[in-house]
Design a protein around this ligand. Sequence first.
Ligand SMILES: Cc1cc2nc3c(=O)[nH]c(=O)nc-3n(C[C@H](O)[C@H](O)[C@H](O)COP(=O)(O)OP(=O)(O)OC[C@H]3O[C@@H](n4cnc5c(N)ncnc54)[C@H](O)[C@@H]3O)c2cc1C
Length: 499
Amino acid sequence: MKVAVVGGGLAGLSAAIRLRADGHNVTVYEKNERAGGKLNIREGNGYSFDTGPSILTMPWVLEKLFASAGRKLSDYVEIMRVEPQWRSIFEDGTTIDMSGDLPTMVAELEKISHNDSAALFDYLSYSYKQYELCMKSFYAKSISGLSELRSHHSLRELLAMDPLKTVNQATKSFFDDARIQQMFDFLVMYVGSSPYHSPAILSQLAHVQMGLGIYYVKGGMYNIARGMLRLLEELEVPVQTNAKVAKIEHTNGKATGLTLESGETVYADLIVSNLEAIPAYQSVLADVPQAKQETKKLEKFNPTVSGLVMLLGVDREYSQFTHHNFFFSRNPQLEFSQIYDEEVPADDPTVYVGISSKSDPSQAPEGCENWFILTHVPPLKSGESWEQHRTRYRELVLDKLERMGASELRKHIVFEYQFIPDDLQSLYGSNGGSIYGVAADKKRNGGFKIPSRSALLSNLYFVGGSTHPGGGVPMVTLSGQLTADLIKNDLKNQSIKNA
Ligand SMILES: Cc1cc2nc3c(=O)[nH]c(=O)nc-3n(C[C@H](O)[C@H](O)[C@H](O)COP(=O)(O)OP(=O)(O)OC[C@H]3O[C@@H](n4cnc5c(N)ncnc54)[C@H](O)[C@@H]3O)c2cc1C
């Protein structure tokens, strides 16, 4: 079969590898000059920055992808564990280092609260159970909703998912100290969702982080994309860059090919869209009958947070910080309520600072540091621009960092580049500049994502953060693989029907 993949983000590249390994004739069409999507790079004044993901979790997903094409991940990408995992910094001066080393983690919590330190074991066991349940269903199959989930689990297992609780309620049931609760709650930002709205099953992210470890890719995270592109070249899969898809052609409920912005048309038997489902229905699929109605049905799948990204070349070293640092807000409930409920930038946001030069000196000149600063903000509403907040929010973030230990940071900035939600939207086509696709919301969507199989065209599938199993590097890479499984199964069923 001739398969066209719209978009060369990690999900599109992952789907292309798997579909090629399954014997299809695959081509990837990417609108930007470089594939990788949100996983990307920028360089300046001797500094290198990953512009998107900086923390890699669940590396087994990448290993599985490379193995599906008969390769070993380690021959393409060099990953290294990061310890301590995060430095959590609070306004009252408290710091807690998250660690995958149990005695270290216990000692860190013991500094704050003996009871909470003792509760860690029960919390990790709960988190591990949630993760194991997901390995049976969410991480094994492309799931379209609750009825499909039920078919993979006994009633006992479904109840063990703690369906009545949110992440925050689960965290609070183990820990008393507000700072410790805030730190563990924040793990759910790996998938861009609020701990006050997302289902408790996402408490598994504690096991993902502390049980499985967090990783950095030597030479920069973009080497993940480079590794996938090298594999695709070996598999003879063309990845066309500067090739924006303007329209998905179709007839009688079936996709027939693509028209590129250049005017070129391409025939395809099957299409995989790495462009998120809602923006796809509003652009490249806008003329499909029922596209508007389908978009309306998908309204329960809100975009996740977007972000203000600041890349700073700093001409000194700050020894008090580690590779990954979280500068927490004073009041997480207010912070999340402003971002997710009121949909305004938080007055006092949590700020993430990644300094990869701490683990990899090749990323900054000697004696200097490459600061990647991410502050989550609400996604854009239709027609909205974030330009109005840019200057004020930059100052607010820098004030917070200087107040919480980065003394005279402003004086030491020798390179600066920013991405605002408008950039994330226009660069990657994401809904409202969403970073992680679709938000997990217990009430609105039960934590499910948009089904991978399109409801409108029988041979169109979606991959990436808006579809199952969701956002973040491991999840979108898994979505490419699970969608390839789904396609394989659909083709098998079709040939049985046709026989
Ligand atoms: C600032 C930031 C920090 C992050 N931090 C982390 C982290 O630490 N850890 C983590 O796991 N995840 C992190 N993420 C999330 C992670 O980067 C994403 O979940 C993941 O990379 C998304 O991959 P994707 O393939 O779903 O989408 P994308 O990467 O958005 O890929 C979609 C691709 O489709 C292309 N495209 C769109 N429209 C068209 C068209 N019409 N024609 C052709 N091509 C088109 C786009 O150019 C893009 O390349 C972060 C993201 C950002 C932005």
